[in-house]
Design a protein around this ligand. Structure first.
Ligand code: GLC
Ligand code: CA
Length: 574
């Protein structure tokens, strides 16, 4: 099977399923650290913070695009896929980042917006001026704007159509996103080959994985809706085959904002795999829904729906990222409820979603922040943190579009939050100075100095997770409980076939979304008579009854992770 192929990457542990046990961290280079005082973050700045990320327990970084770009869509509008934006640094500095990350046993996943380019890309410039030339067919050109009427518009705040008229070529070109981001024409063999070449180029430079941006949208058809067309899946299968053959151990991650079954399709099948990982878009909004509705039901049903994925495939679980908290794939009723709870000010909305950071969404409630992180770190899949959320950074809804939650990382209470020595007016975006989230209060330095800070709490939960392979590799069984606000599941790992030897492990995870303390019974028929103990402090908890029932009391919005040991003490507390 492809995911057990040997790996030959210097400096990294030889775990072919590393991605299933990794904690990922999304870091926007521009927002993290400015090393040369020009007001924007850069690769050198990031290199200087690898020790911090290692201390936190991060195993892999996801870097949004850092390529040459006019930066009209945060770098997702690429004008050259092979060079680094000069303000971020050089290719040599990128190689240095890869080397220094690998020395720390940390992987680098890059982001590849393969569906489209910037209109400044040379391919587009040639395509519009020379229709019969080598790049004439690289984009989706038509004489009118009538085709693909079934294909929805994604950036509804800015775009009225997926077609834009080009005054040079005097034809319309197709775009799923901004009108300055023409879609590449995947029907063209040259485009497909160029994508393969780009993947090889970055994998040859040592990257460990690629996030396939906007992956559902590669092919369009009149019959379908342009999301996950059969040709798109065929293309990803071929790409996966090439990666497995030439770069075993490297991964592909699908960014597919779709309904559960459609997202799972991007894993492919055991026989014909596609992506190693896919972001868990179905689960994400339902976590936020559970918090305010105080009902676990929606989460329970979506967890049951997305279970069946190929062996070796893994979800990428996340709470927030650099985009809006998307509400596209939920019902209208549900969406209105979410807007009411989380985006009561119209400036908090963007397209069909909410452009706020995690801590402000949760109104800076420590109980809620701990509860959602406990879910993030115990649901099936690998957790993806968004930079700054480990200290509960705030946002700035007065900035345009998704810049609201891309502001500079807050390191210290000093000038520019320690992000940059530039004149504050020169920063690419201002640092947050709001009443609650001002960088004087919310910064890494002050949280390092407080043993009970969110930062120390997040670091601890990461390390507890990493000490228990069942969280990354285990199965999930959702359990019936007596209370509508309580979610309970067991993560079970048979313990064979990995470097962890043969010790099976079962961990019971219980979460209460209720806004008051509750008591609940959990149906643990398969674990009748088992002892239980808390993974954090080791304290013994009540034994599961002979009838297979465990009664728990939970404080407001709280959780437990309990080890389940056999009655005889085997697998019990060490
Ligand atoms: C993806 C990115 C988003 C970008 C879009 C267009 O959805 O996450 O930031 O705007 O693709 O490239
Ligand atoms: Ca800089």
């Amino acid at each position: 099977m492809s995911f057990t192929a040997p790996i030959q990457l210097p400096g990294l542990t030889l775990d072919p399923q590393w991605y299933r046990r990794s904690v990922f961290y999304e870091v926007m280079v521009r927002s993290f650290v400015d090393s040369n005082g020009d007001g924007a973050g850069d690769l050198q700045g990031l290199i200087g913070k690898l020790d911090y990320l290692q201390w936190l327990g991060i195993d892999a970084l996801w870097l949004p695009p850092f390529y040459n770009s006019p930066l009209k869509d945060g770098g997702y509008d690429v004008s050259d896929f092979r060079s680094i934006l000069p303000e971020f640094g050089t290719l040599d500095e990128f190689k240095d980042l890869v080397t220094k990350a690998h020395e720390r046993n940390m992987r680098i996943v890059i982001d590849y917006p393969l569906n489209h380019t910037s209109d400044q890309h040379d391919w587009f410039q040639q395509s519009r001026s020379d229709p019969t030339g080598p790049f004439g067919d690289y984009y989706v050109w038509r004489d009118n704007d009538e085709e693909y009427a079934n294909i929805r518009i994604i950036f509804v705040d800015t775009e009225e159509s997926n077609w834009t008229f080009d005054s040079v070529r005097r034809q319309f070109f197709f775009h799923r996103f901004f009108s300055h981001q023409p879609d590449l024409n995947f029907e063209n063999a040259g485009v497909r080959e160029a994508v393969f070449d780009t993947v090889r180029y970055w994998m040859d430079l040592g990257v460990d994985g690629i996030r396939l941006d906007a992956i559902p949208y590669l092919f369009e058809s009149e019959a379908g809706n342009g999301e996950g067309e059969p040709e798109t899946h065929d293309f990803i299968k071929e790409l996966r085959e090439m990666v497995d053959r030439n770069y075993p151990g490297r991964i592909l991650i699908a960014e597919a904002n779709q309904w559960p079954r459609e997202v799972a399709a991007f894993f492919g099948t055991d026989e014909e795999p596609e992506c190693h990982m896919a972001f868990d878009f179905p689960v994400m909004p339902r976590i936020f829904y559970a918090l305010r509705s105080q009902h676990a039901g929606e989460l329970i049903s979506v967890l049951s729906e997305t279970l069946d994925i190929p062996k070796g495939a893994g979800w990428g679980v996340f709470l927030r990222n650099h985009d809006e908290l998307t509400l596209e794939m939920v019902s209208e009723e549900y969406r209105q409820a979410m807007y009411g709870w989380y985006a009561y000010d119209p400036r908090m909305r963007s397209n069909i979603g909410i452009r706020r950071r995690l801590a402000p969404l949760l109104d800076n409630s420590r109980a809620e922040l701990e509860l959602v992180h406990a879910l993030l770190f115990s649901l099936p899949g690998s957790p993806f943190l968004y930079y700054g959320d480990e200290i509960g950074m705030g946002d700035n809804i007065w900035l345009p579009d998704r810049d609201s939650s891309r502001t500079p990382m807050q390191w210290t209470p000093d000038r520019n939050a320690g992000f940059s020595t530039a004149d504050p007016g020169k920063l690419f975006l201002p640092v947050v100075q709001s009443l609650v989230y001002h960088y004087n209060l919310i910064n890494v330095e002050s949280q390092l100095a407080q043993s009970r800070s969110l930062l120390h709490w997040v670091r601890n939960v990461i390390h507890v997770r990493k000490a228990h392979p069942t969280f990354g590799l285990g199965e999930i069984t959702v359990l019936p409980t007596s209370h509508e606000s309580v979610l309970a599941f067991v993560r079970s790992y048979a313990g064979s076939g990995t470097q962890f030897g043969d010790s099976p492990e079962n961990v019971l995870c219980v979460f209460s979304f209720a806004h008051n303390p509750v008591s609940a019974t959990i149906d643990l028929a398969d674990f009748a008579g088992s002892s239980t103990w808390d993974l954090f402090g080791g304290a013994e908890f009540p034994t599961v009854s002979e009838e297979g029932v465990l009664t728990v009391t939970l404080g407001t919005q709280s959780f437990y992770w309990l080890h389940l040991g056999t009655p005889s003490g085997v697998g019990g507390r060490p």
